[in-house]
Ligand binder design. Structure first.
Ligand SMILES: [Zn+2]
Length: 420
């Protein structure tokens, strides 16, 4: 009798078709040759979701959109019970690449289709999900919008108050493509047994290790803090150095110290100051204030708490010594989320059976899986990114690495949904 391993290993994945699917999906909102600009609820996003829906129907899956705009494609189980879910998002940065998010949706679709073809109906229901608005590239305050709706973490007021750069509210954007913001709460799910997200790594670690895929042990704690240092604005020539209250001098010190601190801590601690606004912003004026962001991340809860505490001390010490007033506001705070041990083992076993070497790593980027962890156990598979590049049209993963990811995902979905 043929066991699962033989059947999956002997299964002919249609590599050319998979390559073609990556390209075709990338053509919706395609730009700059290999780039993609596809924001949530835009016409190109709708076309891309409809394309996934068509492919899913062709594969014999039952397709539906939920009230927020997530696409679900399902095979019912022979038994009742909670579903095994895999997927990711197809909205992109502007411009982003063809693989971020999209690869997780395509991989889940291909893995589920192959399993259905090889083994028929699963024991437990299996579903593909294509989340809407993960990136927050159109609505900066709406990151993980689709997955947050699934776990019931959307404030109904957000539909009116969250706006894009043209001033359109996310609620109106939803209406314009046929989704009713009043019904967002109906997208909530409580019938999911496990969620596995395949995603490109978006960093250089797998390339350094010369491995095609990794099993994600957890997703980092992400905290983004907006900081304003305020002093006195005066003439750049007439006002002596020794009596200035110059927030720029304080800012420069903060930048050096928080970045040095992360460097000393070493991997996987990271700290980034990526945004800074001076008021006023003039060549011959001492600025009145400097407003900037500190993005700090660590996957270990204790280390993350220490990192944030150190930043607080650095800010307070510098502001006090330089007589500057200090204001801080936490804009994003996503606690670390650990992958489920059993799901990681299932992925590990699947990789071993397929003869694919892996490593464990923490994710330094946020993912929908982090939200999904509120309602079910989660795990992630990372696929090597060439040059560690992501959020750019240069983003690329080889078809061999993609196939390794899909095979391991398919094996693990088999283990979770089919095996007795
Ligand atoms: Zn992504």
């Amino acid at each position: 009798m043929m066991n699962k391993l033989d059947k999956l290993n002997n299964f002919e994945f249609d590599v050319q078709k998979i390559k073609h699917m990556v390209d075709q999906l990338g053509s919706f909102g395609g730009c700059l040759q290999t780039g993609v600009s596809r924001t949530a609820y835009s016409s190109e996003w709708v076309l891309a979701q409809e394309c996934i829906a068509k492919w899913s129907r062709d594969a014999g899956l039952n397709v539906r959109f939920d009230t927020v705009g997530n696409l679900w494609a399902r095979i019912d189980g022979t038994e009742r019970g909670k579903a095994i879910v895999s997927g990711s998002h197809i909205d992109s940065q502007c411009p982003g690449g063809r693989f971020d998010g999209a690869l997780g949706v395509l991989s889940a679709l291909i893995a589920i289709s192959v399993l259905k073809e090889a083994y028929g109906s699963p024991r437990k229901p299996v579903e593909l999900v294509s989340f809407c608005e993960e990136e927050g590239s159109r609505f900066p305050n709406a990151g993980f919008w689709g997955s947050r709706a699934i776990v019931g973490k959307i404030d109904p007021n957000d539909c009116d108050t969250v706006i894009d750069s043209s001033g359109e509210s996310i609620g109106n954007a939803m209406k314009s493509v046929g989704f009713d913001p009043i019904r967002i709460a109906e997208a909530k799910r409580s019938d999911i047994a496990a969620f596995i997200e395949l995603h490109i790594e978006q960093g250089p670690i797998l390339e350094d290790a010369n491995l095609p895929i990794a099993i994600v042990s957890g997703i980092t704690h992400i905290r983004q803090t907006k900081v304003t240092l305020t002093g006195d604005s005066n003439h750049a020539g007439a006002f002596p150095m020794d009596i200035r209250l110059d927030p720029m001098a304080g800012f420069a010190e903060v930048v050096t110290r928080v970045i040095d601190h992360a460097q000393k801590l070493g991997r996987p601690a990271v700290t980034t100051i990526g945004k800074c606004v001076l008021d006023p912003n003039g060549a011959a004026i001492i600025p009145r204030s400097v407003t900037f962001t500190i993005d700090a991340r660590h996957p270990d809860p204790t280390c993350a708490a220490n990192l944030f505490e150190t930043h607080k001390k650095i800010l307070e010490e510098i502001a006090a010594r330089r007589n500057l007033s200090l204001e801080t506001m936490v804009q994003i705070d996503l606690p670390a989320c650990l992958s489920d041990h059993n799901l990681m083992q299932s992925i590990e076993l699947s990789a071993r059976e397929a003869g694919i070497k892996t490593m464990h790593m923490a994710s330094g980027a946020g993912h929908d899986a982090q939200q999904m962890s509120e309602i079910c156990p989660i795990a992630m598979i990372f696929v090597r990114s060439e040059g560690g590049r992501s959020h750019t049209p240069e983003e690329f993963s080889t078809i061999d690495d993609i196939m390794a990811g899909i095979k391991v995902l398919a094996g693990s979905l088999y283990d979770l949904a089919y095996k007795m």
